[in-house]
Design a protein around this ligand. Structure first.
Ligand code: NAI
Length: 257
């Protein structure tokens, strides 16, 4: 897809931009001419994304080391958009960690809290800082990363599934609150995407597990990070001017089964 200049001069903040879906989306925004605030707890990955954008695209980028469980970090991230690039037009709240494979009555309190803190509270913390800046700027677009597990349950993923259902709910609430303020709030619900997260979960290396996971998708394959990036750019663009509170599944048919 050609996107030369589609987001020229616009400032985009992306959490979890050092890897996978966040990285692919950051680069896609760079290709569209945006100024990207690359936010990640992983310095190396974040710097790699930043270098790619500044050296290989028409956009600009700056890296900020951000842990979305830390309110001060999130504030710094949003301030960087304003101080370095003069405002905030788009936010992609995407940072996430995988769940553990435990039943509801087996997951530890520690694991539960950690997964909810990043995957759900991290999105709330980010929107809490982003919305006031967008209000000052006269509007903006927010896209949150949920999951097919924000729409459907899967046994032994209690905290991850609860967090992602929470992201879907939070997206709708923020969309309703800001519907007349020119701030649109939407979410993407990816199927299983071939990223570091699936590598860490052992899915991509184990042939049997990979085949089982692929078979969850009627298309019979895993998704690519770039396929999610396309949806995020559309939701963030003026082409989606009447879309708000939407949770867009990009899932090879997973949720249509
Ligand atoms: P990934 O592991 O490749 O990237 C996640 C990024 O988030 C990493 O760079 C990591 O350092 C960063 N991160 C983790 N904790 C953070 C924190 N506390 N503060 C700031 N950054 C943090 O994984 P992927 O697949 O790109 O995941 C991105 C989002 O997509 C996550 O929210 C994930 O839950 C969601 N998702 C992923 C799917 C998949 O199959 N890969 C399916 C559906 C949703």
């Amino acid at each position: 897809m050609s996107r030369d200049g589609d987001f020229a001069g616009e400032t985009v903040v992306i959490t979890g931009a050092g890897s996978g879906i966040g990285q692919a989306t950051a680069i896609a925004f760079g290709e569209a001419g945006a100024n990207v605030v690359v936010a990640d707890v992983d310095r190396e990955g974040g710097q790699e994304t930043t270098t790619t954008i500044t050296e290989e695209t028409t956009g600009d980028a700056t890296f900020v080391e951000v842990d979305v469980t830390d309110d001060d970090d999130v504030e710094t991230m949003v301030e960087t958009a304003t101080s370095e690039f003069g405002g905030l037009d788009v936010a992609f709240n995407n940072a996430g960690i995988p769940g553990t494979f435990d039943a509801v009555d087996e997951i530890s309190e520690k694991d539960w809290q950690a997964i909810i803190d990043v995957n759900l509270s991290g999105v709330w913390r980010s929107m809490r800082k982003e919305i006031p800046v967008m209000l000052e700027d006269g509007g903006g677009a927010i896209v949150n990363t949920a999951s097919v597990l924000g729409k459907a349950g899967e046994a032994e993923t209690p905290a991850y599934t609860a967090a992602k259902h929470g992201v879907v709910g939070l997206t709708k609430v923020a969309a309703l609150e800001r519907a007349t303020d020119d701030i649109r709030v939407n979410a993407v619900c990816p199927g299983y995407i071939e990223t570091q997260m699936l590598d860490d979960a052992g899915v991509t290396a184990d042939e049997e597990l990979r085949a089982e996971t692929e078979a969850l998708h009627p298309m019979g394959r895993l998704g690519r990070a770039e396929e999610i990036a396309e949806a995020v750019l559309w939701l963030a663009s003026d082409d989606a001017s009447f879309a708000t509170g939407e949770t867009l599944a990009i899932d090879g048919g997973y949720l249509s089964r």
